[in-house]
Design a protein around this ligand. Sequence first.
Ligand code: NAD
Length: 379
Amino acid sequence: MAYKELDHEKLGEFQDFDEHKKVIRIADEKAGLTAFIAVHNTNLGPALGGCRMFGYKSEDEAIRDVLRLSRGMTYKNAMAGLPLGGGKSVIIGNPYTDKTQEMMRSMGCAIESLGGEYITAEDSGTGEKDMQAIAQETSYVVGLPDGKEGHIGGDPSPMTAYGVYCGMKAAAMRRYGKDSLEGLTVAIQGLGAVGYGLCGLLHKAGVNLVATDVRGEVVSKAKKDFPGIVIVPTNDIFSVEANIFSPCALGAQLNDSTIPQFHFDIIAGAANNQCAAAKHHRILADRGILYVPDYVLNAGGVISAAYEYFFRSGDNPFRCELSRDSMVAHVERIGSTLTKVFNIADAKGVTPAQAADEMAEGRFSSNGGASRKSQSSAG
Ligand code: NAD
C-alpha cells in the first residue's frame, strides 16, 4: 500500500483546487484500491465527509470530484453549525462489480493513517456495510448501524429528508407567509433514499405530490404508499404546475434548458450542486423563484453523522446532551438558518446562494474573510 500527498503545483492545475489543506493518493494493488482523500479546511474541526465510489474514467476526473466535494463539505458543515471541517474521499471503481471487503478495509487503513484529520461516512456508491468494513481498521468512520432504539446516526438519509422538509417550511413561510405546507403542491425528482422519505413527510403534512423516477419499481411502490400522488415522465417534471420543485436525484438540474420551463415559486431539494452554473442562481432570482441553497438544506444527514461521531468518541462539543432528541432539534434548526440566509440576501441584494457562501466563509475562514473560490460560483 502506498500513500502519496499530491503537491500544490499539480493540484493548482485543477479549477476546483482551493488551497486544500491536503490531498492524498492511495494505491493498494493487492486490495484493488485506487482512491483519493481530500481535506479542504479544518479551521472548525476535523474534516467530515463521505466516501464516494464511482467508475471515474481517469484519476484526474476523480481528483476533480474530490476537490469539489471536499470544499462543499466545508461550507455545509460550517452552515450546519458543526465544529467540523470539510473533507471527502473517492474510490475509483464500479460500486456494483468492483467492490470488496478487502478494498474497504484498505481504505480504513488509509483513513487511520491521517490520525483523525478526516472522518468518513457513506456517500453515493457506499453504504453501512462498507462503513462496517472500514471500522475494522479505524474509529474515524460514522454511518454505522446500531439497531438500538434511540440510536444516533446510521443511515443519514432519513435525517436528510427531515432537514429538507424543515427547510421547505421555512421557504414557504418566506414566500407565502405561512408555516404550513398543507395544500401546496410539491414536485419531486427522484424517489430514492431521500426523495421517498421526503414524500412520506409531505404526504403526512397534506401536501399534493407530483413525482418522477427512472425506476419503475419505486414508482409502483410510491403509488401504493402515497394515494393521490401524480407520477409524470422524467422529462415532464420541469414543466409541471407546482409551488415547490424538489430535485432529489442528480446535480445540475437547474440549467439553461430546464429553467425556462419552470412554473415554480420555490426550489428546495436534496441534490448537491443543483445549479449547472453560477449564473443560474441569478436567473432564478430574477424570475422571482426562491432558490434554497442546497448545502444548507441537505445538511440533516451530516448533522446525524456528526452526532454519531461525537457520541462514540465521547467528545461532546455541544452544550446539550448528545441524544437523538438533541440531534433532531439540531436538524430542525436548518429552518432558522435558512431564514437568516434569506434575510441577508434581501438586505444585501444578493442571491440566497451568495448569502449562504458569505455566511459560511465568515464561519470557517481563519481570517473571517472569503475563501479563494466561493461555493456557489462552482455551479
Ligand atoms: P438515491 O440514489 O437513493 O436516489 C436517487 C433517485 O433518483 C433514485 O431513485 C434514482 O432512480 C433517481 N433518478 C436518477 N436519475 C433520475 C432522473 N433523471 N429522473 C428522475 N429520477 C432519477 O440517492 P439519495 O441518497 O436519495 O440522494 C438524492 C440526492 O441527494 C443525491 O444527489 C445525493 O447526492 C443528495 N444527498 C443525499 C444525502 C443523503 O443523506 N442520502 C445527503 C445530502 C445530499
